[in-house]
Design a protein around this ligand. Structure first.
Ligand code: NAG
Ligand code: NAG
Ligand code: NAG
Ligand code: NAG
Length: 200
């Protein structure tokens, strides 16, 4: 009798773990990168799509014409320069940070934003999860060397967003121009506006 009961509970355990295969798939879909080659980051990446855990900011994300990030000064020191540009209405906004890579993550904005690189099967993409103010908000952004991805690559991203229980992603228009490279002495360049927008 005891033996029989034991077998049943083992079977039950196995059945339970099978029925939990959906969350396991999510765990796999949104896993952080095991290894990050900093040299792979060098240069510019166009923003493809993104989702925000804080719905009031989604409208602002939608107004973004284009956006990009640029990693530079990649050295053995692991302190690299992370620059962002975004095109809003008809202005370009730039910001630049010295960040220190630690494994698959870095922190910036005086420690308020922790960025983790997440696995993606897209070969020329980077997927970054920005954890703002200790988890108060999550920004989940996909960047690529290309301006437009294949439908199956977009599907993977949508599935990842869904796994995180975030709103459906905003997809940027790939035909819109990226902001030009920032040049320090260009008077036309606008410094990044000092509003909540900055944390988007
Ligand atoms: C680039 O990295 C080197 C070595 O880590 C550092 O000395 C230099 O100040 C950095 N340059 C910029 C612009 O951050
Ligand atoms: C980054 O570090 C370099 C070298 O230390 C410095 O010249 C530069 O002003 C720093 N940039 C920012 C945005 O803090
Ligand atoms: C970081 O977040 C805290 C809490 O919201 C805020 O009070 C502080 O001003 C932020 N620091 C920076 C540098 O944004
Ligand atoms: C990326 O940043 C570096 C250093 O500021 C700059 O030399 C380079 O032109 C930038 N690239 C793009 C595409 O903006």
């Amino acid at each position: 009798k005891f033996q029989h009961g034991l077998t049943c509970s083992i079977v039950l355990l196995c059945l339970t773990s099978v029925s939990h295969s959906a969350p396991l798939a999510c765990e796999n879909l949104v896993r952080p990168l095991d290894q990050l080659d900093p040299h792979r980051l060098e240069g510019r990446w166009a923003m493809i799509a993104g989702s925000l855990s804080y719905p009031p900011f989604i409208e602002r994300l939608r107004r973004r014409v284009s956006a990009s990030v640029n990693f530079s000064n990649i050295t053995a020191e692991s302190v690299i320069v992370f620059s962002r540009s975004k095109h809003l209405e008809n202005k370009c906004y730039y910001s630049s940070y010295n960040v220190s890579l630690e494994g698959n993550r870095f922190t910036f904005y005086n420690g308020n934003i922790t960025t983790t690189f997440i696995h993606t099967s897209c070969h020329d993409c980077i997927l970054m999860s920005f954890d703002v103010e200790s988890g108060k908000r999550l920004h989940f952004y996909l960047f690529s060397r290309r301006r437009q991805l294949e439908e199956k690559e977009m599907e993977e991203f949508r599935a990842q967003v869904e796994c995180l229980n975030m709103p459906p992603p905003v997809v940027l228009d790939p035909t819109k121009e990226l902001c030009p490279e920032e040049t320090a002495d260009d008077p036309a360049v606008q410094p990044e506006e000092k509003t909540e927008e900055q944390r988007n």
